[in-house]
Design a protein. Structure first.
Lengths: 304, 246, 304, 246
């Protein structure tokens, strides 16, 4: 059996397949759909200090090979997560990456500290695609200097591995990857959704109530692979590849361009057992290709 | 889960009645399945379809061709396989004390009501079936008692299904309980009628669904009990509980 | 019959359907596939002063609902275009938008002047997604100040309408739209392709020899619609919407968010007659919807 | 153009032989069609397929299932329709003086050669058919004279198709002319063999194609005559004219 173990900071994963934030609930919805110990980890729906109701409906729609969502970061809040979800999650033996966000620096810090203290949370993933209310609504992740500062503050406040999740809605992702590395982040995950829009021509209204939403799914994979490649060539910290993964091949694309692990998002909706299937297929594939260690694949792109 | 199609018949202009060998054990009336119509990435998401029948491991759905997903589904032949998840959601659960069940279906909304009716042959039920035109009135003959209303008058009375509903004396009888499924506008009107007449009942709602099992948060609805996910907390909600958006 | 005429600067189009640069050759390849007078216009393959061979093979690959290309702006050069292509094109009665680019400011200016002087060229479309060799390879279209200057220089040098085609590989497209307007550009076209990448996992090589390429096709439509909407709300000059159009509905999406006309790209490969079909379907649709003038649709998005 | 499928038979492991009612009048051996296998946006592009026969308005293609497009094609049934453009490209055109035609096909590359052979029953031709294993050797019985080579030796001689080709005395005869189609490596080797033996001939090349009619510039090849588009200037190029990339 090939060694599929990968390490992100101090977080050890049995294999590089992680389910992505916002597409896997709090994990509990999947206990009858796959064996949570057979996937590397799962990322929770993005958590905030307080419960949030999110955006008005409609907030999803389908697009060619993709979908747009504007859930608006609805979540149960960190308290309910700790009291009601986490005890159940712990029973499953899953590795848990707590995805979180805030609207101010203090909210980010406080949320990070709270999650850091929770038994059963193995790593933190910081979503910086949120409007910064103190800075007039520009996103936390849209200014490298600011991102470096936020990363560094949070890094110092916690003990668990800190993954920073980057937005693809930038001209060049490399300065942001560097900012995370310089700020002491343990890993980068990329990409979050692309800003998109769709119109119902019958009603002449946006298909998403809030007009804009995030595009995800196989449609965005070429953009994601490109950005993950750019990140992996820019920084030394591990990069987790996300965007449109639907098959073993898709996952391998990310690993080959340098991702240490991957996250599967939208396809969890279509095929709830996909993460476990991909982990199993990866194992079989390594066997067949006589690959003893997954690290032989990571970053093995040939460009001569 | 792969499921083999047993039949997929064109029952009226734009409507199909499909049966497939289910990989699950059973389904309650009101529940739905999520169907993947293609292995391709486009269309990407599964399509929710109410269970319209379940017998001997064979599941029935009745659907209207409205877009690309249902179009692709309608092109399938017996022997072809589709990919089905479910059943998902809660179910209609009229109390045993409900002596008189009113089934109010708009268009394709008749599907889960029909299943409830067929599963509860002993219970007294009257169907009110509405649609745009005569071809939108489905399965009327599978109900023991039914009243039809079409917008263009091509079948039954002309107008909304709420008109014959309002005219029936049943609304004023004790023990009357209503189950409804159909477009939002109809459900909102029916909800109002029930509240007005003090009739209890249940409404089956529809919303775009990303997953069908509670994780995408694409299908929420505000109710008197707070924000709910239609796919796991519904699709059936009690009369008077939905906060209708304008 | 509904009035489908739209105006871009002094360019009048019989309908808003234009075929996009790089996907319609020099028009001549389509004379047996549609009636060039029945579509608004066509944009030529991007022209440069000198003939170019473009990038090494392979330079296209397919992705979910899209494709990546790295043709590298291969073209016959402005001389051959004038001598061999244009006389033939003139016979077709087509409205011609000459797409062009350069590697230096002077090349842009010279190419624009040449095309401006040619009978049978009705408007110019300036592609600014090219590396600026004088500025160390950053793209002409990646700095609003520079874009404004280039637009203004070219605008002053020519008489025909100048359309500037924007790249989507920016954090915010609005400053670029403003730059074109301030520089005197007559119209904006958006979007060009998204930077993407794909890997052949069997060989572990990029599917495109030059590693990166431009993602086009239905997959990118939600991003394109969003950017066109942002542009249309930012500037008063006409915006031409491009990106993943494959159907009447798709075209209407762009018109509803404010595009005055649209360009169809990748789908010309799949259905060579698509532009004429869309123009005809638009006419029938207007009739059915009792729309007397296409301008009733343009910018008619309801967001209340 | 919609075309109705007449037959789509599984002829060997992974290979299908399909006939459809063509909307075009005819096609020359060497030409190809562009097939759209689905109305969906995924897969998006058309798939190029050599014409393997044309008779009474019925066009034949022979294909190997290698990916999603050909997979979808193989699932089609007679009566289903596909969307076909073409025929595109140039054609094999051995001069009348060529008395001895060598047909060298690798794997599915045999398809256009077979068509040439069937269309020119009066001309003397010998086929050299290569493949990985016996199931990759197609239509050998449709040739009057053929030699088979497989990599695993499961049919014919073991090894590359170039080995029996090199051994035949025909290469040294006057009036010998070669037509070849197959993988790049084979064509390059055959090209070298021809040059070495002073034999003229034509090679049919393959490259990813975005459009098939000359506008995407996705299929260029460097030749002694400059950069060419394989879809309109080819797919057939003269022996000695292709500048092979390493
Ligand atoms: C719980 C539930 C049960 C349903 N039961 C039935 C049934 O028994 N028979 C039937 O014909 N239809 C039923 N529908 C509606 C059915 O799901 C849609 O008509 C179908 O998804 C349309 O797919 P399409 O690709 O043909 O249309 P498109 O318009 O191309 O679909 C585009 C997207 O919108 C979504 N969508 C479109 N219309 C609806 C709708 N009315 N409700 C929810 N999502 C929609 C699709 O799922 C898809 O994601 C049900 C919907 C729900 C939520
Ligand atoms: C002129 C020409 C004639 C051909 N004739 C035949 C034939 O008669 N029979 C046959 O079986 N095959 C033929 N091919 C190859 C055939 O087009 C591919 O096998 C097919 O496109 C693969 O599609 P897919 O979706 O199954 O594979 P995928 O690998 O999923 O295809 C992905 C993409 O790569 C392209 N592609 C993959 N393999 C090839 C290839 N070898 N050549 C060109 N593009 C490729 C596809 O068109 C598609 O755009 C021919 C190719 C060309 C260029
Ligand atoms: C419905 C939905 C909700 C999401 N919610 C979150 C979230 O709360 N936090 C976050 O960091 N990313 C969120 N994402 C982004 C995904 O984690 C992932 O980055 C993105 O969808 C791209 O991957 P995919 O193409 O595999 O879906 C969400 C995505 C979807 C589709
Ligand atoms: C093969 C190919 C070549 C292209 N060449 C050019 C070009 O020379 N100049 C240009 O401005 N845009 C070029 N484009 C971009 C298109 O004009 C268009 O902006 C883009 O493809 C998005 O539209 P679509 O999704 O409809 O294809 C090219 C696109 C493709 C697919
Ligand atoms: S459909 Fe995904 S939460 Fe209900
Ligand atoms: S396939 Fe498009 S130019 Fe040849």
């Amino acid at each position: 059996m090939a060694n599929l173990k990968v390490v992100i900071g101090t977080l050890e994963l049995v294999n590089p397949v992680i389910s992505a934030s916002g597409t896997f609930g709090y994990g509990l919805e999947f206990v009858d759909k796959l064996d949570l110990r057979r996937i590397g980890a799962f990322a929770t729906k993005g958590l905030s200090l307080n419960k949030r109701d999110g955006n008005p409906m409609p907030r999803i729609c389908e697009t060619p090979s993709g979908m747009i969502n504007s859930i608006g970061l609805e979540n149960v809040g960190i308290d309910v997560f700790e009291m009601e979800k986490l005890p159940e999650i712990r029973k499953t033996g899953a590795k848990v990456i707590a995805n979180f966000f805030g609207e101010t620096e203090d909210e980010y810090l406080e949320a990070a500290r709270r999650l850091d203290a929770m038994e059963g949370v193995h790593a933190l993933e910081m979503n910086v695609s949120c409007p910064n209310v103190e800075k007039g609504g520009i996103e936390f992740g849209s200014d490298p200097a600011f991102l470096e500062k936020l990363t560094s503050l949070v890094r110092k406040a916690i003990r668990k591995p800190l993954i920073v999740k980057l937005s693809p809605n930038v001209a060049d992702i490399r300065p942001f990857a560097r900012a995370v590395e310089n700020g002491g982040g343990d890993a980068i995950s990329a990409i979050n959704t692309l800003k998109g829009m769709s119109v119902d021509t019958a009603t002449r209204r946006p298909r998403i109530k809030r007009v804009f939403g995030g595009l995800s799914g196989p449609a965005i994979r070429p953009v994601a692979v490109r950005m993950v490649y750019e990140c992996a060539r820019t920084v030394k910290i591990p990069v987790i590849g996300i965007g449109g993964i639907a098959s073993l091949e898709d996952m391998l694309e990310f690993l080959i361009v340098g991702a240490v692990a991957v996250q599967v998002g939208t396809m969890n909706f279509v095929e709830p057992g996909i993460c476990q299937r991909l982990a199993e297929e990866l194992s079989v594939w390594c066997e067949k290709e006589r690959i003893a260690d997954i690290r032989e694949i990571i970053g093995s792109l040939k460009t001569d | 889960m792969k499921a083999e199609i047993i039949s997929n018949s064109h029952v009226a202009r734009g409507y199909f009645d499909m049966k497939f060998a289910a990989a699950f054990d059973g389904a309650e009336p009101g529940q739905f399945v999520m169907i993947r119509v293609t292995g391709s990435m486009d269309p990407l998401l599964r399509r929710p379809m109410s269970v319209a029948g379940f017998e001997n491991g064979i599941c029935r759905v009745i659907y209207k061709v409205v877009g690309r997903g249902t179009q692709l589904l309608s092109a399938k032949n017996p022997g072809d396989s589709i990919d089905v998840l479910g059943p998902f959601g809660n179910a209609f659960s009229p109390p045993d004390t409900a002596e008189n069940i009113l089934l109010v279906g708009g268009g394709i909304g008749i599907a889960p009501l029909l299943y409830w009716h067929l599963r509860n042959p002993g219970r007294k039920a009257t169907a009110f079936i509405g649609g745009a035109a005569s071809n939108d009135i489905l399965c009327a003959d599978e109900f023991k008692h039914s009243t039809i209303a079409t917008m263009d008058g091509s079948a039954g009375v002309r107008g909304l299904v709420t008109s014959p509903l309002l005219e029936t004396g049943l609304l004023r009888e004790k023990g009357t309980y209503l189950l409804a499924c159909g477009p939002k506008g109809m459900l909102k009107a029916v909800d109002g009628i029930c509240i007005q007449h003090g009739v209890s009942g249940e409404l089956s709602l529809e919303e775009r669904m990303g997953c069908g099992f509670g994780v995408c948060l694409g299908c929420v609805v505000d109710t008197s009990g707070g924000r709910k996910r239609m796919c796991v907390d519904g699709p059936v909600f009690g009369v008077g509980s939905v906060k209708w958006q304008t």
